[in-house]
Design a protein around this ligand. Sequence first.
Ligand SMILES: [Fe+2]
Length: 285
Amino acid sequence: MGVSSLGYVGLSVSDPAAWEAFACQRLGLMSAGTQDGVTRLRLDSRAWRIALHQGSEDDLAYAGFEVDSIEALCELEQGLAAAGFPVKRGDDELLAARQVQQMIITEDPGGIPIELYCGLMDRGNVPFASPAGTSAFVTGEQGLGHFVVSAPDRERFYAFYCDVLGMKLSDKIQMGPLALEFFHCNPRHHTVAMAPVPFPKRIHHLMFEVQNIDDVGFALDRCEQAGDTISTTLGKHSNDQMVSFYVKSPAGFDVEYGYGAIAVDDATWRIGHYDKMSIWGHKGL
Ligand SMILES: [Fe+2]
């Protein structure tokens, strides 16, 4: 059964107000307000998708993967323990903070705290409205987006993300000795990707996908206008065919902002193999 999508991420940031302004004013996310010192951001009808915690790491603090049922969550709990990964239940305080019904906590092979949960609060009574005019993000069964992690121990990565969490390889991009691998758990081409090289942060980037190419262009204009560092120019990826740009977030790691990725259908999907990241653009990647 495994996990069904990337549901939320928590970021430890030294300047939450700057990250919130970046996310809301430039990328078009919606603030859900600040409670107990934590600022939460929305991308859709869910109560939140991004939590900004005051901290010195300027990095990913935790990632939450959604699980469809309590039965599936129990299976994952057993699978993690059997494979030698740490596992404990989230207490009532944590369930309330995350606005979920049930949760187990583990750690991926790179040391990233991972929360597997059921039932993230929906706030359909307060519709998503982007303060920047972004039309809509691609979420739903595809979750909030994707992130890319460093995985020096490839076998252990596979043991965690594929054997236990149930993700499947979508394709691989081989550039000389360096192979990047991309994994899906729903129609989103990849929810997690990994590179066998160290990164300065836990994630290389976090990706949001919008439903309209103009949303990408408008966001790029707003980032440039605000003086953000555009890490890569607009470009189109070889494997998922997403048209995107990368911008440096106030925490130092990049955000990829794109449109038009192809969807994976497991019934017909064939694992791809590519020799470049992008078919055009993405200068600087
Ligand atoms: Fe990406």
